[in-house]
Design a protein around this ligand. Sequence first.
Ligand code: DGL
Length: 269
Amino acid sequence: MSGAYRQSDEPPILMLDSGVGGLTVLREARVLMPDRRFVYIVDDAGFPYGDWKEDALKARLVALFGRLIEEHRPLACVVACNTASTLALDDLRAAYPEMTFVGTVPAIKPAAERTRSGLVSVLATPGTVERQYTRDLITQWATRCEVRLVGSVKLAALAETYMRQAFVDEEAVRAEILPCFVETEGRRTDIVVLACTHYPFLVNRMRKTAPWPVDWLDPAEAIARRTLSVLPARPERGATERQMDIAVFTAGSPDALTRRLIQGFGLTA
Ligand code: DGL
């Protein structure tokens, strides 16, 4: 893994995703907690999580968090990834009972509360739409709606490219989101839950290529609020210099485009 870290640094909030998606959560967390230190983990050696077999990804995440907790001694861990959270949150909490984990799971409850047409779609990775966790959320909160689960194979990778090269194939975005749009008996889908943290980066292209306007639900702010609520109160500090937030890449040193991207988010590798 690469990333500069000094043992003397103030305990950080650790945030993990398979790629750049968790930065959608980090930017909201920074707004609410401008004085906190963040360590952003990019498990790029495991990207994309959406394609993994469940047992193998679970084992990877439990082992990886073990190493990260040992090394960074965080105040809390934010799993800034739906594919990882819907699979491994319970196992992570069982494996590291002293640690606080904040997860990112599909925003099905708020979508069910807000929909007027009763037609809601959940756009996520193939892994997240397969999860029992996701199906349980629907049974628990959305029995009065029709929820369509749409697994996208390409969108996370499209977001990775877009963030580095400012280019995205709009036709590919259109094709990926199209199954979210359902029209039946005069009713239309009115909410699409963005249940992968990569997707908010593409939301403008989604709006542009969508067959009709919908609300795109991005849970990033809610995750940031939840994180703030679980943190211990902060001891008063003098005017010490704020330490840099860092990014750590599991695949080793990132390329120049990735480095520039994360610098734009105020992170050093
Ligand atoms: N950002 C991740 C999520 O929220 C997944 C992307 C991937 O497939 O690795 O689900």
